[in-house]
Design a protein around this ligand. Structure first.
Ligand code: DGJ
Length: 735
């Protein structure tokens, strides 16, 4: 790992764990992209860039050198207006209304460690020697715009963290119309784009398609990273699969509207840009003010998508997530939402918690409905005062009753929202996002609090602090159940209205920072109607996310498999729920529901008091088994073996860091008549070690023994089943 600058050729060679990223200053001015991929020694990095004369329609910045055109030069941060027609990474507007800029190289700085980004979530290092950082300073002296490009390479990861700071040094105001986090030009276009798409209850399904001229746009305009498209894009070589081929991942540490774009030009090059969505965005920079873009994590893998995912998992789990729970096993919980919805009493909650205690569960979570007059979703958001009709003795009494049973107590909030039917809204009707004289469009009967306002933020921090200090609360579920409309803020002047959505995000991050640091022992889980804000920005504050409101085990195969492309398993909430399933009305066996939920942060979300004796026995075994396996699941290496998007069966596995222990899940969704005999090749084991292999639901003595090489290169013989929705968990341990 390290960054070298060769002044003779103007090249910067950034070396991450086993990859190289090379930048060259062309004519000492333009930061050109040379290479990102496998590590090279650096024999002649200055001789790698191909610059050729294009046709006369490509304007040249130097009439005496027709080889130099910004329209064809591979660049690190393309600007707009002075000859590059491809998609720009940023665009400014001056007081005179013009929008042209062309910053060129001024200076650079290389140093150990990684800087924090003020007010924004970002990856971090614990020791300076874990990373090295390059700051490349460009400037357009004519208009007084300075642009600072930051690159961090990590010793332990094939990742480059990129972000940009836009600084106004002009003495006049400059408006940013677009201020993305990076640009990168590949000198090839033989890529396929992989991204995650979906909607509520169907989040993060994997899509893959070849890039063609013109390219691909992945974006959210919803004011949240969203259920629809995730702030993630990968470009992969056509031969790339789980284990082979090249994968270039781009993941944005941001929770609001974003843009990721891959544009292929007629010369077969590909430009990738990513950052805050410029749609309905602008930012006024007064003299000496600066704007910090969110961070993007660029991950390179020469070991296919599997290698890329494992880098993201470890990077995000250990150097993005923070707090006491980062490295701690997560408790097995029971949540009352699908058990009672809004209708519960303190006694009913205690009954569920008691049943949980008998089954070995560790945390009870009281979901929506405990405050104001919240008997349905039409009222009370914002009134974070206990509903004495449901809980006459208040939260301290309930928390104590739950704790007496030996379970921790957790609580649901939706702190960014206000119901029009609430005391808060009646007192402060101007505290929500809105546009004067326009309808305030509701979704789920609620409006969004204007977190760009300091008074709103103070109020929320204050009321949540009160509740969280009022009794022993060990866990908070932070929900958010709608996207933005009428994006405007009462306190911002007209020329700053288009800043509202990003100011909201900055305000939200500030509130989350304050609350999570004030309550460091509380485990925070983010949620947005399930996985509507499953993004790296949230993981910085809250190390886990409720993956989806869809708890059906079959649907979860796709949702959890897709989510694993980027996000660590320790970040995925996964619960066993009742059948017929509330979202899709499918009836699946308790065994399958348990197996799929055990592949994440395990819990139950149903009325535990309704189990038959036989079911209770099975659940007790599931809970005991997960206690043995959770270290492996939450902190092991994850391998995808069979895709639910490609067939009737799904398989994935977890391997401990030392390769001595593993767990494999195999699921067959529908029964097949007279099916062929099948084998499942495992991954990540030690080829020269021997393993005991047994069905996790049977006693250990039922074991078989195989070499790691046999399991990986020949494969496990899979069972032949009759009946739908069958699954098996295998455990492996070295002998
Ligand atoms: C949406 C969440 O995803 C659910 O788990 C639940 O908390 C409801 N909101 C409560 O309103």
């Amino acid at each position: 790992m390290g960054i070298q600058y060769d002044s003779a050729t103007g090249t910067f060679h950034l070396r991450a764990r086993s990859s190289s990223y090379i930048i060259q200053l062309v004519k000492g001015q333009y930061a050109a992209h040379v290479h990102w991929g496998r590590q090279v020694r650096g024999t002649n990095p200055g001789g790698l860039l191909a610059i050729r004369r294009r046709c006369s329609f490509s304007p040249s910045t130097d009439p005496d050198d027709l080889t130099l055109s910004l329209d064809t030069l591979p660049q690190e941060l393309p600007s707009y207006g002075s000859s590059d027609y491809r998609v720009p990474a940023f665009q400014v507007q001056l007081e005179n209304g013009t929008t042209v800029s062309e910053p060129t190289y001024v200076s650079h700085r290389i140093y150990a460690g990684k800087p924090a980004l003020e007010g924004l979530p970002a990856t971090y290092v614990e020791q300076a020697e874990e990373a090295e950082t390059l700051e490349l300073v460009l400037s357009d002296a004519l208009i007084g715009l300075k642009v600072v490009l930051t690159y961090t390479v990590f010793r332990d990861f094939d990742a480059v963290a990129r972000s940009v700071r836009y600084v106004n040094e002009s003495g006049r105001s400059i408006r940013l119309l677009r201020a993305l986090s990076f640009g990168l030009d590949f000198d090839r276009a033989d890529f396929e784009a992989v991204h995650l798409s979906g909607t509520w209850a169907r989040e993060r399904h994997i899509e893959r398609r070849p890039l063609t001229t013109g390219g691909s746009v992945i974006e959210s305009r919803r004011g949240a990273s969203s259920h629809s498209l995730n702030p993630f894009l990968a470009l992969v070589s056509p031969d790339c699969d789980e284990d082979r081929g090249e994968a270039y991942g781009f993941s944005l540490v941001y929770s609001g509207s974003f843009l990721a774009q891959a544009e292929v030009d007629p010369y077969g090059t590909t430009r990738v840009v990513m950052g805050i969505n410029p749609f309905d965005f602008s930012w006024l920079l007064e003299p000496d003010e600066s704007f910090q873009s969110p961070e993007a994590l660029l991950v390179y893998s020469s070991e296919g998508l599997g290698g890329m995912s494992r880098t993201y998992h470890r990077l995000y789990r250990t150097r993005l997530c923070r707090g006491e729970y980062r490295d701690r096993p997560r408790p097995i919980l029971v949540n009352n939402w699908e058990a009672t919805y809004f209708q519960f009493t303190a006694d009913k909650i205690e009954d569920i918690a008691r049943a949980g205690q008998e089954l070995g569960l560790e945390l009870f979570v009281l979901d929506d409905g405990w405050f104001g007059k919240r008997d349905n979703d039409r009222s009370s958001l914002g009134d974070w005062f206990v509903d004495r009709e449901k809980l006459p003795l208040g939260l301290p009494d309930l928390a104590e009753r739950v704790q007496r049973l030996g379970l921790q107590f957790g609580l649901w909030f939706e702190p960014e929202m206000v119901s029009p039917d609430s005391e808060l809204y009646r007192t402060h009707p101007d505290w929500c996002l809105h546009v004067p004289d326009r309808r305030r469009t509701t979704a789920r009967h609620q409006l969004i609090l204007d977190y760009s306002r300091a008074d709103v933020r103070e109020y929320i921090v204050h009321v949540l602090t009160d509740v969280l200090s009022s009794c022993p609360i060990s866990y908070v579920k932070w929900d958010m159940n709608r996207n933005m409309t009428e994006i405007g803020s009462e306190l911002l002047p007209p020329e700053r209205q288009r800043e509202t959505a990003h100011r909201y995000m900055l305000g939200l991050y500030e509130v989350m920072e304050r609350l999570t640091s004030a309550f460091p022992s509380v485990l925070f889980e983010s949620c947005s109607g399930g996985g509507g804000r499953f993004d790296p920005g949230m993981l910085y504050y809250m190390p886990q996310t409720w993956t989806s409101d869809n708890t059906d085990a079959v649907e979860r195969l796709k949702i959890q498999y897709g989510t694993s492309l980027v996000y660590p398993i320790s970040s995925m909430g996964a619960h066993v729920s009742a059948v017929p399933n509330h979202q899709v009305h499918r009836t699946t066996p308790l065994e399958l529901r348990g197996h799929v939920a055990m592949s994440g942060n395990f819990g139950y979300e149903l009325d535990l008091t309704k189990f038959t004796e036989q079911e209770s026995e099975l659940v007790k075994r599931q809970v005991a088994l997960y206690k043995e396996l959770r270290g492996l699941v939450q902190f092991g290496q994850y391998y995808r073996l069979r895709s639910p998007f490609e067939g009737n069966d799904t398989a994935w596995m977890f391997v401990s860091e030392d390769g001595k222990e593993a767990m494999v899940l195999y699921v067959q969704v529908l029964s097949e008549p007279n099916a062929p005999l099948r084998k499942l090749r495992l991954k990540g084991l030690q080829a020269d070690a021997d393993y005991r292999v047994w069905d996790a639901d049977l006693p250990e003595e039922s074991e078989d023994r195989f070499g790691g090489d046999e399991l990986m290169h020949v494969g496990l013989n899979l069972p032949v089943w009759k009946g739908d929705f069958r699954s098996r968990l295998y455990r492996l341990k070295t002998i």
